[in-house]
Write a protein that binds this ligand. Structure first.
Ligand code: ZN
Ligand code: ZN
Length: 240
């Protein structure tokens, strides 16, 4: 009966792509049309095996980038699906500012699907969405990172902890800041009052965009202080 009703709805009200708003003919994952999906510039090897930055040369094996060689990186690895541009940029904009929260499901599916081979999702004890400051949360009404984490958590039965790690300091916007300024900007921004909960646990941090990595690195620093066994990072896109 439900299937019949869905088919009826699809026939008279064909589903629209949540990004370009054209009728969807054949979509995988549902909610984003095929032309939008195929226009995404996906990130692929060779990348830095720590921070995931793609190397321009496009040839050779994955290796450590100059930044990861010379600076303190607290996560084990960070991975993203695609570049922060075009369809993915539009998707994040719609999710965050136009409250198109339905997008979280296909985007979460994309994050999981693209990394099935490179991330062992079942190995994590907790998924932690990068928290927003409560003022930002009140203003937006939801944390987009939590929405993205939900799909993966549900699929693998991994608990999502969105209460323990807290954003306690309001930082000035990070746009136009240098890498060093961003690092200084995020110092002391996060706190983790119940550290013992994470001892010897594997954590996957989830966020929408990886920019300089300063935010997720600071989250990872706070988490590793709690003697976690590993902190990895997964974002939808990467601003290179
Ligand atoms: Zn589309
Ligand atoms: Zn790197």
């Amino acid at each position: 009966m439900v299937q019949f009703f869905n088919a009826f709805l699809d026939f008279f009200f064909p589903p629209r792509c949540l990004i370009c708003e054209k009728d969807i003919i054949n979509a995988q994952p549902q909610g984003i049309c095929e032309p939008c999906l195929s226009s995404i510039r996906y990130i692929s090897s060779p990348i830095c095996f720590k921070c995931g930055i793609p190397f321009n040369s496009g040839i050779g094996r994955d290796h450590l980038c100059g930044t990861c060689l010379t600076s303190r990186v607290y996560f084990t690895k960070a991975r993203a699906v695609g570049f922060y541009e075009g369809v993915l940029q539009e998707a994040i904009h719609r999710l965050k500012y136009n409250r198109k929260t339905l997008l979280a499901k296909p985007l979460g599916a994309l994050m999981m699907g693209y990394h099935l081979g490179s991330i062992d999702f079942k190995s994590y004890d907790f998924l932690i969405p990068v928290p927003l400051h409560f003022k930002r949360l009140r203003e937006r009404g939801f944390n987009q990172a939590l929405f993205l984490a939900r799909y993966i958590g549900k699929r693998y039965g991994i608990p999502i902890d969105y209460m323990s790690l807290k954003r306690i300091k309001w930082e000035s916007p990070q746009i136009n800041l240098s890498k060093e300024e961003r690092e200084r900007n995020v110092k002391g921004v996060f706190s983790l009052p119940n550290e013992s909960r994470f001892r010897d646990k594997s954590i996957l941090l989830i966020d929408d965009v990886y920019t300089s990595g300063a935010t997720v690195n600071e989250c990872s620093r706070v988490l590793t202080k709690a003697e976690t066994s590993r902190v990895d990072v997964l974002t939808l896109c990467r601003a290179v």
